[in-house]
Design a protein around this ligand. Sequence first.
Ligand SMILES: *Cc1c(COP(=O)(O)O)cnc(C)c1O
Length: 429
Amino acid sequence: MNKNVDFRVDTRAGSLGHKCVLPLAFFGGNPVVPKGSVTPWPAPKKKHLDALGTVVGSGKYHRVNHPVVSGVEQSLGKWTGNWTVRAVGSGTAAVHVALDYFKTRGSRVITGALNWPGAVGPISISGLQPEFVDVNLNLAGLDQHAAAGRLGNSEAAVLITHLFGNNILVPELRKAARSQGVAIIDDICQSIAASKNIADGEYLDSDALALSGNGAKHLGAGELGFVLSNDTDLIDHVDNVSLTSSSRNGARVFSPNSQGYNYRPNVFSAAVAASRIDGLDKQLDKRRTNAIVLWHLIGDLPGLLPLFNPYDRHQSLLNFPVRIDPEALGLPPGPQSRDFMVKLLHAEGVPVRVWLTKPVFEFLPEVRSKWNSADFPNTVKLLDTMFYVSEIAPPNNPDVMKLFADAFHKVWEALPFVAGRMSEVTAEA
Ligand SMILES: *Cc1c(COP(=O)(O)O)cnc(C)c1O
């Protein structure tokens, strides 16, 4: 950043009628990122069409024992190098199956207050009560000491949510859960590489991992989920929750014990997921490289903090999460400052998004009244200050990251001149 360049443009004669307005795209300037230069995920390819064609050619479009489904279960298991895999209808279904299996161990499930409502919903569906703990500010993962301190006789499970592609290792929490007989479930819907040996070369000490294959996630497959476990009874339990008949074995005998949720995997989605597994390591590698390039270019902007560890090459980087320190930017505290920055960046063509804006219990009518945001200061701080850059997956490459970085620099340089127009910017829909 060259601080000596006079980048101000006098637009007194312009429609804004404002002195010394910078040519930010929000105010009518040219966006840094040209339209069409970013490929949105799931980055369609011909091989996905071919995969769909295979299902059509098979003459059968459904069934849990379809060779396409068995095939993706096996190749995903092999890719992880550790787990037995069962395909189900969604990541949410995978969380539900795991919780349903462990629901007799207690009445409560510990999980982070910074969470995805769809991931926490299955706690209540399983007849259990969620017990929320705060998260840490660096990885947005559950605070392991706070969580371990809550473990007791009434806890059935701890649900460890890995957000944005971060790996939430929390070894002390896992140890504490083990010693107290509390089940460990990892929601790795956003962090597919957490199924690999990423904990100092070891696999996560977990009873069940829930993975999503939905269109926004790494397998970008439509609607799909997976249960990963080494507990064969839990793997069998998938069918108890999901299937009304013994179709897994090709028979048509109706089960006397089914809960009938019908969480069957979509065979077309399974085919797309299967077509991505060979390239998964490459995809992750490119996401990580893009993230490192982008962070290298914007990491020293004042008031900008990473919400992932830029030096950890094991993370899945589903997107590129950051937060701002409004004070360091000379902006007032509160979400309006974040919304302001996001709008300016968005106008420059950077695919930035605000995630949730409230702790997860605010989205769950049954439990909302029992919890108070003020008890979760880190969660609230993150929700007020964070946003993420999406589209860091291939085929977007370091050249695209460079465009994103240029836009960040442009907005940061303009900030002193436009900070006074914050309410004008955030008021615009
Ligand atoms: C996507 C997601 C889910 C749910 O997965 P679906 O396949 O959409 O049901 C659960 N937890 C987290 C953290 C997710 O990101």
